[in-house]
Unconditional design. Structure first.
Length: 249
């Protein structure tokens, strides 16, 4: 098993992050981290929890009250029809969640459809779970989205999962509800599941719908979209004038 895990490719993001530590005051675009410190309210709450001796093991599936609050939030703010808090499991970030899902779902030889380009960790986790990633390209002319006919042709009897990253990383493209429903219908007919990652859950559906047209226009104009063809960040891409406005927004 150790030799097999050594064969899993190391994400280029890790290499970039290691390089980051050699640079003074870098502005982080390498992964889902921020360039500012945690708010004082968060730090104070953590310190209070320690002072109150809330330092012992927790339920494996998460703090019950937190799961209840997340359930209510997703029902009311996101319109997700969750039956009960038993369907919600907090994770230590997206990588942990994807790792747990894939290792629970896959048997050796199962196939998982991912986009090309894709966040590199997704394919590495699938390989570590002994599944076979099947990359289906995104097209700039479609706003960095799948050709759904091509997606359907990529589905086989071994397809166990379709991974949808929305907003997409690295292109920033956004798939509207209609597209997600079509992908879901394809998966349902094939007896597969859909994993939606980075679903913009901080926004209510009305906000997402209002932003969709603007995202559709801007998604293909950012440096991320330009780098998407090669998947790896580049220092040679010329920034667009509009990029500064996008960052401010």
């Amino acid at each position: 098993m150790g030799a097999f895990l050594d064969s899993v490719p190391v994400s280029a993001i890790i290499k970039i992050r290691d390089l980051m530590h050699t640079v003074k005051d870098p502005f982080r675009l390498d992964q889902g981290d921020v360039s500012f410190d945690a708010p004082d309210t968060v730090k104070q709450a953590m310190a209070k929890a320690i002072a109150d001796n809330r330092t012992h093991y927790l339920p494996t599936t998460g703090v019950p009250r937190l799961r209840e609050l997340l359930t209510e939030k997703m029902r009311t703010a996101n319109g997700i029809p969750i039956g009960s808090a038993d369907e919600v499991v907090p994770s230590n970030g997206g990588t942990h969640g994807i790792w747990a899902i894939m290792h629970a779902l896959f048997e050796p030889g199962d196939e998982v459809i991912v986009s090309d380009p894709e966040w590199p960790a997704t394919m590495a986790i699938a390989i570590a779970a002994k599944a076979k990633p099947v990359a289906v390209p995104l097209y700039e002319k479609l706003g960095w989205r799948w050709d759904l006919d091509e997606l359907e042709r990529a589905i086989t009897p071994r397809t166990k999962l379709i991974v949808v990253t929305n907003l997409h990383n690295p292109s920033n493209a956004f798939a509207a509800a209609e597209t997600l429903q079509q992908i879901g219908a394809l998966a349902q007919r094939a007896g597969a599941r859909v994993l939606v990652e980075r679903s913009g859950c901080a926004h209510v559906p009305e906000q997402l719908d209002a932003r969709r047209r603007r995202i559709d226009v801007l998604a293909t104009r950012t440096p991320r979209a330009r780098r998407a063809r090669g998947q790896l960040p580049s220092r040679n891409g010329e920034p667009l004038v509009d990029d500064q406005r996008i960052v401010r927004d």
